[in-house]
Design a binder for this molecule. Sequence first.
Ligand SMILES: NC(=O)c1ccc[n+]([C@@H]2O[C@H](COP(=O)([O-])OP(=O)(O)OC[C@H]3O[C@@H](n4cnc5c(N)ncnc54)[C@H](O)[C@@H]3O)[C@@H](O)[C@H]2O)c1
Length: 256
Amino acid sequence: MTEKLLQDRVIFLTGGAQGIGRECALAYAREGAAVIVADINRTAAEQTLAELSIPGLAIECDVSSSASVEAAIQLALKTFGRIDAVHNNAGISSPSKPLHETSEAEWDTLQRVNLKSVYLTTRFAFESLRASQGCILNTASMVGLIGQADHAAYVATKGGMISLTRAMALDYARYKIRVNAVCPAGVWTPLLREWVQEQPDPQQMIQYLNDIHALGYCPNGDVIADAAVFLLSDMARFITGCILPVSGGAELGYRR
Ligand SMILES: NC(=O)c1ccc[n+]([C@@H]2O[C@H](COP(=O)([O-])OP(=O)(O)OC[C@H]3O[C@@H](n4cnc5c(N)ncnc54)[C@H](O)[C@@H]3O)[C@@H](O)[C@H]2O)c1
């Protein structure tokens, strides 16, 4: 029997209760990993965990809170004894507006949830990742590379995440910890549906979301999960600092 790609890995996954994170949790479990679903929504995290027929843990965790992240990582370590990978996936996207209309509170919340969270999980899981020569994976976004209209504060968090991925990959290579990022363009999840409803013409936006992908459609989270499995597995053992578009060619330039 061939060994599964993530056999016996312990993966600490943030935002695993729904959307892309939920798809990743299911894929990691299929590939033999134990998954810690750390999410602010405890009920949904427990529902995701119940779907995984493997050992795991659902933890209520606010990734923007130092105390909450530290407690979640300590509980994961107490339960499994080690962490082989941290997947920083939890994120929020609202509000969708230009920078000067963004309130200070909205700016701060986006920075804390989407960007400071990477610092916090790294700070508290670092020793364990060093011991396991593990991996970090960040769910960034194509908008962090190419920009997006009317979404500046969010774009800044994803650009920051991409820069952090490269800086961390350099710093942690000496410990054999690999650090990579996946960049979706659009993926149908509760977050994207919420964003569509914030747009002036939601119906037209659905067509637009299909059209921006050169491959012709806006996908579901399974496409991100497959890339994430690859980047966390030994198949990607010589890949670090990689910012991987999983975008159906959305960024490829002028099209007809
Ligand atoms: N859906 C897309 O089109 C798209 C595109 C590019 C990037 N992304 C990124 O992918 C990631 C996942 O997005 P999604 O579309 O699956 O979103 P989603 O809203 O469907 O799921 C996000 C999950 O994160 C959790 N979460 C939110 N705030 C949290 C906090 N403070 N602490 C812990 N958990 C928290 C939510 O409860 C939820 O389970 C995000 O980082 C997002 O920026 C999504």
